[in-house]
Every structure is written in C-alpha cells, then in structure tokens.
Design a protein around this ligand. Structure first.
Ligand SMILES: [Zn+2]
Length: 284
C-alpha cells in the first residue's frame, strides 16, 4: 500500500487510543478488585468464584476475567481513510493492518500485566447510535459513513452489501481470527430456507471450514398475534390481514423479542437495511 498520510496518522492515533483503553481497563479493574469480599459474601464463601484465595483478596478470582477492548465501525473507518471498505482488496489490506495492531497490543498487555486483555468485536447495541449522533454533530453527513443512524457492527461487511452467504464468510473469516475476546458472523436468509436443510448444512460447513469462531444464520421469525401464522411479515399478516405482529429477529447475539421495542433507532435502521445473503450457490 502506498504511504498515505491519513492512514499513518490514524494508525498512530489508534495506537495511542489502545493504550488509553488499556489504562482505563486497569483503573477499573483495580477499583473493582479493591472491594471487600463482603460485598458478595455468598459467592466468595461458597466456591462460586473460581480461583478465590481469601488471603489474596478478590483480585485472585477476578484476574481470571476478561479485559476487553471493543471495536465497532471498521467499514466506516476504511471509507473515511481510503474511500472503500473491506469488501475490496485494498480495503481488506488496511483492515488487516488495523486488526493486527489491536491484536498485537492486546497480546502485549496480556503478557505485561498478566491479565486477560482481548479484542472484542462488538455490535455496540447502544453506542452504535450514540457514537453516530456525536460523529454527525462534529463532522456532518459523509456518504457511506454518517448517512445513516448507526455504525456497523465491528468488522462486519456493511449490511446493505449484496453478497451471498459464502462471499460474506470469505470476507469476514479473514478478520475474525484477530478477535481474541469474542466475535460473531451471521448471514441473513429467507424464512423459507428453514425448509432447505441441505443448503443450511452447506453454509454451516463452509463457515466451519473457514474457522469462523461463532456462526449464526438469521431467519426472520415473525408471529401474527391474531391467528398464529409464522413467517416473514413486515406490516400485516398474509393470512388474516392483522397488523398485530411480533417481529422476532436476531439483531445481535441474542434473540430478544420484537426488535422494534428491544433496540434503539440505530439498530432498528440497521435491521431494515439488511439484505438477504442468498444467491444461486445457496440453492440446492
Ligand atoms: Zn394472522
């Protein structure tokens, strides 16, 4: 990659922010570890907290936890820096450089402090919207970056990209290995795919062959509260025309009831902008 001053300045700033995040995590960890075991007597007296040694204080148990540095909006970052995202070769090249720095620093912090620092690829359920509001106040509307209400989940391919399931796995699997504290990759399928077990199996095997650590297939599962019909309904039931519909969607890691009440406006818009990752290869 040609030397690009914006990229170099960004990498330096990112490095500085990773160190600041580490300092904040340590400060919080030390504060929590300074609490008395009496704050949760039941846990400390009943061997619930593994590794707890009374003479050493609760730090002896808490040190086994994770100190995660979360990340969101890789796609928007790449757009700002080089005008493309990780779905292109140049975008992927810079994506790997960014992710490698996250991973390298967390590995070093882990060694240095003997604490489980890790890179966490996060959907940032609330921050995805809050950070975007702040960003717009400062920088205004920038195409492919702030022309919407949310930042894209971690290293995910932007939800509006038209790709099939295999192509999405090909791209994201090149980056999931840099996450040492957790990540998820999902593909969106039609509700009819539940009847095509062969295709589902093919996709799951493909994800496993590409070392995806945590893979999910999202199938819309809407329920008509009037007649009980299930399938994908956006505003009314095709069977009884009722508009009383519960829309169960996997928005992030968990199934959380109707996404229109469980998530903020940013995530709701993200769900509405998602395209299905179907294509000829998926059909059996
Ligand atoms: Zn109905």
């Amino acid at each position: 990659m040609e030397a690009n001053r914006d990229v170099e300045a960004f990498m330096q700033l990112l490095d500085q922010k990773l160190h600041e995040a580490k300092d904040m995590l340590i400060e919080r960890f030390n504060f929590i570890a300074s609490q008395s075991p009496k704050a949760a007597t039941f846990m400390y007296e009943n061997h619930i907290m593994a590794g707890y040694i009374p003479e050493e204080g609760i730090r002896s148990a808490l040190k086994h936890g994770t100190l995660a540095i979360g990340q969101l909006g890789l796609a928007e970052t790449l757009q700002l820096l080089i005008g493309t995202d990780q779905t292109t070769e140049t975008g992927m090249e810079l994506a790997k450089r960014i992710e490698a720095l996250f991973k390298k620093r967390c590995t070093e912090f882990k060694e240095e402090y003997k604490l489980n620092f890790g890179v966490y690829y996060t959907p940032a359920e609330n921050l995805c919207k809050t950070a975007m509001i702040k960003f717009k106040q400062k920088y205004g509307i920038i195409p492919n970056v702030s022309d919407k209400k949310y930042f894209t989940n971690s290293i995910h391919v932007p939800v509006w990209h038209k790709l099939n399931a295999f192509e999405k796995i090909d791209i994201e699997s090149q980056l999931t290995g840099y996450s040492s504290a957790g990540c998820i990759t999902y593909v969106e399928l039609d509700s009819s795919s539940v009847h095509n077990i062969g295709a589902i199996e093919k996709i799951v095997n493909y994800a496993m062959d590409h070392d995806i650590p945590y893979f999910a297939i999202n199938v819309p599962n809407d329920l008509c509260l009037n007649c009980g019909f299930t399938g994908e309904m956006n505003d009314h039931c095709p069977q009884c025309d009722s508009t009383s519909i519960q829309q169960l969607r996997r928005v992030t890691g968990y199934l959380t009831g109707d996404y229109k009440t469980a998530f903020n406006e940013g995530k709701q818009q993200e769900v509405e902008m998602r395209v299905k990752h179907t294509g000829v290869e998926v059909e059996e």
